[in-house]
Ligand binder design. Structure first.
Ligand code: SAM
Length: 317
């Protein structure tokens, strides 16, 4: 479908749970989420119906996210069904990687094409601190297992946080020489629940090109990242700048939350409920959401915070 600003909407990011086995400080509160009643969330059948409805409107790329999608029971059968939905050409999944040692091979067998794995630091103490208790070793084991399971073009996602991991830019970039992966630095977004991060935390991706003098630009691949490469690297360095240089003019995505709300824009409070509808009903709601997609997400800064009304774990990053 083409929205009212001429953008072709082909990409759905679908959150399958708000729950997570980590508590990243910029993403969710320390106490986790107030568990919603089962009946408030999309059922597995409704989730698959929503995927079919979205595919019938021209969605070709589907990303499963959360919360942490791998904590969801039945994630493998869900991926298998999603991968065979008519119209879906690419099935991706975003994960913190902790459960990949158990699930990577099964996900691959179920038809997941690509993985994005979050990794904000290579320091075990910092990892424990930013995730409120996670183990860096488990995350690294997850990446190694995914590579061994045959996933190629894995993307590692690093949220760039001033005063926390900007001194690790060279070490993190070096991972593109160690493994055949892309490493993407993503600007920290000012969500409702991450006010503990002061203005100094919100640094632009331009610090990466300032620090890494031997980066060469690489042709864009149709995604939102500006791409670069280190000499002799096996993968690219991507810079994703939703705060300093938004990409709303070419935004091709919509989101569906685990409780069944279509969010046409990550930073808008507008939500369109799907819960309880049949495929035709969902199609109509999705159509209305796409036509209601705003032109841009508005000013974003430490002062001008996201108007999303939810934290990232409740939207699906
Ligand atoms: N649990 C999975 C994971 O860790 O990748 C998937 C969900 S998580 C919400 C998806 C992505 O959103 C992660 O890469 C995370 O770092 C990113 N994210 C969460 N909050 C963010 C924020 N305030 N700014 C930028 N990225 C954020």
């Amino acid at each position: 479908m083409i929205d009212t600003f001429g953008r072709s909407i082909t990409y759905l990011r679908l959150s399958v749970t708000e729950l997570c086995n980590l508590r990243c400080r910029y993403c969710m509160p320390a106490e986790g989420v107030c568990k919603k009643r089962h009946e408030e969330m999309l059922s597995q059948e409704e989730t698959l119906t929503a995927i079919r409805a979205a595919a019938s409107l021209g969605i070709t790329k589907l990303r499963i996210t959360g919360g942490e999608p791998l904590v969801k029971p039945n994630i493998v059968p869900l991926c298998r069904e999603a991968a065979t939905t008519a119209g879906i050409r690419e099935l991706c999944l975003t994960t913190n990687g902790l459960l990949l040692p158990k699930l990577a091979a099964e996900l691959r067998g179920a038809g997941v094409d690509r993985l994005n794995i979050s990794l904000d630091t290579l320091d075990a103490g910092r990892y424990r601190s930013i995730t409120r208790g996670g183990s860096l070793k488990d995350a690294l084991d997850g990446i190694e297992t995914a590579l061994a399971a045959g996933f190629d073009r894995i993307k590692l996602n690093t949220v760039l946080i001033g005063g926390f991991n900007d001194d690790e830019i060279p070490a993190l970039a070096e991972l593109t020489r160690r493994w055949p992966v892309d490493l993407r630095f993503i600007e920290l977004m000012p969500m409702p629940g991450n006010r503990e991060f002061g203005p100094e935390s919100f640094i632009p991706c331009s610090v990466v090109t300032d620090r890494l003098k031997d980066l060469s630009p690489v042709a864009e691949d149709g995604g939102v990242a500006k791409l670069y490469r280190l000499p002799e690297a096996q993968g690219n360095i991507g810079l994703i700048s939703p705060v300093s240089a938004h990409f709303c003019a070419t935004c091709n995505r919509i989101r569906i939350t685990a409780d069944g709300r279509v969010k046409p824009c990550l930073h808008s409070a507008a939500e369109y409920p799907l819960k309880g509808l049949d495929e035709e009903g969902m199609r109509e709601v999705l159509r209305a959401a796409i036509l209601g997609k705003p032109q841009w997400h508005g000013e974003l800064s430490y002062e001008a915070r996201s108007r999303a009304g939810r934290n990232m774990n409740q939207i699906g990053g």
